[in-house]
Design a protein around this ligand. Sequence first.
Ligand code: NAD
Ligand code: DAU
Length: 332
Amino acid sequence: MGKILVTGGAGFIGSNFVRFLVESTDYCVTVLDKLTYAGNEESLGGLPSNRVELIRGDVADGLLVDELVRLHDVVVHYAAESHNDNSLFDPRPFLDTNVIGTYTLIEACRKHDKRFHHISTDEVYGDLELDDPNRFTETTPYNPSSPYSSTKAASDLLVRAWVRSFGLRATISNCSNNYGPYQHVEKFIPRQITNILDGVRPKLYGKGDNVRDWIHANDHSSAVLAIIEQGRIGETYLIGADGEKNNRAVVELILEHMGHAHDAYDHVVDRPGHDLRYAIDSSKLRVDLGWTPTYSNFEAGIKNTIDWYRENEAWWRPQKAETEAKYKTQGQ
Ligand code: NAD
Ligand code: DAU
């Protein structure tokens, strides 16, 4: 089997994909990761050194990227600044990594004629009304709301342009909200779980009516592998597992499983420009590539995720105080 370069492979979803590759394929994996506040070498702990190598570096470093891309068969691009709240307070790193980083990678893939897969988000499509019967599809017009999602939209459009103008052998996937182990405590679900473990009440932005379409990170990884192996060059695939829930329902479920009253949470100041609802129609991926999610019991997935954070405090504890201090300055 070949050699895969996984950018952002020390982050939440990238490290899940690396573990998935090691368990279910023969690929040798190189991770290129800057190890920002969001990257954690320990998320790759225990993986065999003859299968996985970690290189600390920036996807916007043209010389490094050129050399690494030359040595690999496939590039899967997860690296990004990924958190909406951060993008509202300091957008610049989002432009550097998400836009210039993607440009740097696709230029190297063009030069060395390498297969490229771009990991993107459903947020590029903007949001839906709560009662809209439609869901996002591959033909929904782009309408991003935040600095984060607009830089992801920009990176998608660069990839599409490189396919059309230069014949880049690329595919794109846009996935909904992931959950599971190894997610940074700044994100909604791990923030609430670790707050409860610390005796702090969960914090809901605004009224908590906002809907996210949850998918377990393991299902995201199996979908990405299906696209790399069977996807049609130039195509976009939406990844989702029919997991729509509003934020209030998610917090109530977490509280219940952690032995607290279901309404033991607080409402805090809302996120500016907060997208109301995301919902994915993943029919194309299911019909054309035969993919189906296998972790679709959300309640069981949340229970396992709670257990993982209970048992892995050493992994998340070093990030917690700084994350909460940042939220405090934002009134959240
Ligand atoms: P994350 O923040 O947990 O991880 C991002 C990783 O990228 C970190 O390891 C970080 O160190 C690395 N990184 C950041 N800047 C870098 C740079 N300049 N060079 C090299 N490495 C760099 O993010 P995540 O939640 O795992 O998201 C991964 C990808 O999936 C992103 O592209 C994101 O847009 C996309 N995505 C995420 C979700 C979700 O729910 N989390 C859903 C759909 C798509
Ligand atoms: O849809 C895919 C996107 O999902 C990815 O592209 C992003 O990288 C990923 O971060 C995620 O974006 P969200 O903004 O939806 O995720 P977040 O975990 O920040 O928030 C989920 C929802 O929970 C959102 O409606 C905001 C709300 N929220 C969040 C936090 C941190 C709260 O109510 N309270 C909180 O404390």
